[in-house]
Design a protein around this ligand. Sequence first.
Ligand code: C2E
Ligand code: CA
Ligand code: CA
Ligand code: CA
Length: 277
Amino acid sequence: AKRIAPGSHVFFSQEMAEEVQERLRLSNALQQALKNEELTLYFQPQLRVSDAQLLGVEVLLRWHPPGGSPIPPGHFIPVAEETSLICDIGDWVLQQSCRRIQQWPAGQALPGRVSVNISARHFHSPDFVARLSALLQQYPACRNRLTLEVTEGVILENLQESRTRMSQIKALGVYLSIDDFGTGYSSFAYLRELPVDELKLDRSFIQHIDTRPQDKAIIACLLELAVILKLAVVAEGVETEQQLASLSELNCLAYQGYLAARPMPEPQLMAWLAQQG
Ligand code: C2E
Ligand code: CA
Ligand code: CA
Ligand code: CA
């Protein structure tokens, strides 16, 4: 929301009214889309830096309205996050992801981990852990296979509650990853107190690893921190061989990015996996 200085005159412009209208329209359309199965999962491989072995996949949501062009998640997830719609969408993504893991085709290499993005409102919803537990009972193959990606903001919103919740999630055999790590404003002290397994280094650092010495230094520091705290690290958004070489030099464990593969629908992922051998 825009902050308005006290005493300033506020005019609700035509433009603002239209923006509200547009968000409302989008939210309603998204609700329908969920019912009409217009949402699909894409998968992006995560590879080991040292030998390109497949370690996992990240699940990324896509919306294909019939007859329209696909709408990227950056456009509709923030709208969904304004209401409990994000919980319905999040539950759907978790359910679909677990079903995929449970029904993985025989003879096809199953990625070690399947990472799912979880929004703040969903993570903090009262019955989140209970529902996750029920899901794992329904799909037992997902135990020790599922990773939840949450952002720092999600955790710091309520550190005490987050800690309890994360311990319960860990007890279910689900891994926890901090997404977009390094972009927050906070100290990293909270990491000591939380049962986190993995950090994902934000693309904004990786992008400049070879052009800005400061960014490379920050990445080196975060990687050392991860060693001390015994956390796995995934570098996001690796696009060039040079970036990969720099990550290798800094002993980064894993990466994902267009260099290796873009997010893909399931049939394409299967073809990609088969080709990897
Ligand atoms: P994220 O979790 O940080 O996901 C990484 C984004 O970077 C994805 O964008 C991915 O397609 C993109 N990406 C991966 N490799 C590269 C690369 O080499 N270069 C560039 N330029 N981009 C790369 P996408 O799929 O558009 O998703 C955007 C954001 O939407 C995600 O950011 C995540 O915050 C959110 N999102 C996506 N799916 C879900 C979901 O199922 N639930 C929730 N709550 N959020 C989701
Ligand atoms: Ca993510
Ligand atoms: Ca991320
Ligand atoms: Ca991001």
